[in-house]
Write a protein that binds this ligand. Structure first.
Ligand code: DAH
Length: 369
């Protein structure tokens, strides 16, 4: 502690000596409690320092200014010494607490959890990566769709029974929430053809679709599909025959896709399936991942799981898109993403996806740093 810095001698009072004494007492205080006691003795009501400052009134007039100034300076000095000593005790106290708590200030802080992608997003991203690596481009379309693109352009006229199988959310203005991603087939063809683009053309359309379904284990009103469309020009081969996009191309592409997504070698089989915008149309089945042989409840004892409706693009759809079906052929597929995700992760109820239950969602891998 510094010794007296205020030097003033009054014929009536040796205030420098008082100052020295107080500063010494501050320095000698043993702990915070002793310091608090000292503080109230000096600065409390009738405190020694307070009295000193007040005593100016008892002095002859001519001494008062110098005395007052010196007394105030001493007061400030003692206050500062007290504060400094108090802070010293507080720091010591904190150190003691930290040691007692076994606190290691060099230890890294708690790691913030990263959060995870939704399982549908995980699988969609993988599919997009896969298909773009095979030369497909990602197309998008509106979720509020016109009747024309959702139905008519896809060879589903107003009186067609296929409309009834799609329980549609109609809007007041005559538009609807798209029931599938297929409308983007004709949207894309029209746009590219108008822009002077010539196939070969390969697109995928991941997106959300809506149907007025009664929700249960396998049905949701909002669900995700990934549409695919491949169109190319018919060419004359060396054998004199015409070669266009073929069912073999379709099967190969679908097998590649399923192999990557299901992370195993797959067998597929085609059954006839009816969709007005393809001809022929197929239901593509994949061999059941849960039972190697014999059958189980997932594949309903058949050994096969229906996974991918697909087919060769109907001439009317190509025509609607602005292409001559004599010159161009193609294949299309419409994958239900939830179904693939359920197979991939062994999820047995489609309602988990939209349920917002963190116990479900937090089982998926954290996003990498
Ligand atoms: N859009 C059909 C549906 O949601 C699925 C579909 C079937 C899409 C065959 C296709 C296809 O592209 O070729 O039911």
């Amino acid at each position: 502690m510094s010794s007296a810095v205020v030097l003033y001698s009054s014929p009536h009072m040796d205030i420098t000596a008082k100052q020295d004494a107080w500063l010494q007492q501050v320095a000698a205080a043993e702990d915070a409690a002793a310091l608090a006691g000292l503080e109230s003795r000096l600065f409390g009501p009738k405190g020694e320092v307070v009295e000193l400052v007040r005593s100016v009134t008892s002095l002859p007039k001519e001494e008062r200014p110098a005395f007052g100034k010196a007394a105030n300076a001493i007061k400030q000095l003692v206050e500062a010494a007290l504060r400094q000593r108090r802070e010293g005790f507080e720091a010591e106290e904190l150190d003691r607490e930290l040691v007692a708590a076994d606190f290691d200030p060099t230890e890294p802080g708690p790691r913030a959890r990263r959060g995870a992608l939704h399982p549908i997003t995980i699988v969609q991203n993988e599919l997009v990566d896969l298909f773009t690596s095979m030369g497909f481009r990602w197309e998008d379309g509106p979720e509020i769709e016109s009747e024309y693109f959702n139905f008519d352009a896809l060879n589903i006229p107003g009186d067609h029974p296929a409309r009834e199988s799609q329980d549609t959310f109609w809007l007041d203005d005559g538009n609807l929430l798209r029931t599938h991603t297929s409308p983007v087939q004709v949207r894309t063809l029209q746009r590219l053809v108008k822009a002077g683009f010539e196939p070969p053309l390969k697109v995928i359309v991941p997106g959300r679709c809506f149907r007025s379904e009664t929700v249960d284990k396998t049905h949701e009103h909002s669900f995700y599909q990934m549409e695919g469309l491949v169109v190319d020009r018919v060419q004359k081969g060396a054998d004199g025959r015409s070669h266009g996009v073929s069912t073999a191309n379709l099967i190969h592409t679908m097998k590649t896709c399923l192999r990557v997504i299901l992370e195993r070698d797959v067998e597929v089989r085609l059954r006839p399936g009816f969709f007005p915008f393809v001809e022929p149309g197929f239901e593509l089945d994949v061999n059941c991942p849960f039972c190697r042989e014999g059958g189980c409840s997932v594949c309903k004892q058949t050994g096969w799981i229906e996974i991918l409706p697909c087919g060769m693009v109907h001439p009317n759809v190509l025509r609607e898109g602005g292409l001559d079906p004599e010159e161009f052929t193609g294949f299309a597929f419409g994958m239900g993403l939830q179904r693939v995700v359920m197979l991939r992760y062994g999820i047995d109820d489609i309602r988990h996806f939209m349920g917002g239950d963190l116990r479900f969602l937090s089982q998926f891998p954290e996003v990498a740093r």
